[in-house]
Write a protein that binds this ligand. Structure first.
Ligand code: FES
Ligand code: FES
Length: 143
């Protein structure tokens, strides 16, 4: 199986039926992608495939048909700094998925309204309840 992740090409001997989240974490060591519910409900495992958010825990690695971007590929994105500035990180477990989803949003819509942010981020659950600060981070991501 071939997989393009953060601009690098990987040839992997991955059993059919393995989730993308598992491959990223266990085979490629990209542990920034978190697994929480492992059932497609929480958004912790969100990555982008060709710029579109995808829940990697319910995506079969063999079915991936584009370039994968994980949180490690977004290290330099201004959203990371914006999340810190807005104090939008508490336990931090949901944060990689939040940033990955937000990066897809601002790529398509650089100045989203609160309503658009809520809509785009609805699949990312935060058990610490930092939603207002996450919104603030996305509203102010350009500094
Ligand atoms: S871990 Fe994938 S949606 Fe919750
Ligand atoms: S910061 Fe703890 S789950 Fe979101």
């Amino acid at each position: 199986m071939r997989l393009s992740v953060n601009g690098g090409e990987h040839v992997l001997d991955t059993p059919v039926g393995t989730s993308l989240a598992h491959v990223l974490r266990e085979e490629l060591g990209l542990t920034g992608t978190k697994i929480a519910c492992n059932e497609g409900h929480c958004g912790a495992c969100t990555v982008q495939v060709d710029g579109v958010p995808r829940l990697s825990c319910i995506t079969l690695a063999h079915a991936v048909d584009g370039d994968v971007t994980t949180i490690e590929g977004l290290r330099e994105h201004p959203l990371v700094e914006a999340f810190v500035r807005a104090d939008a990180v508490q336990c931090g477990y949901c944060t990689p998925g939040q940033v990955v989803s937000a990066a897809a949003l601002v790529a398509a819509n650089p100045q989203p309204t609160r309503e658009e942010i809520r809509h785009a981020m609805a699949g990312n659950i935060c058990r610490c309840g930092t939603y207002p600060k996450i919104e603030e981070a996305i509203l102010s991501w350009q500094g």
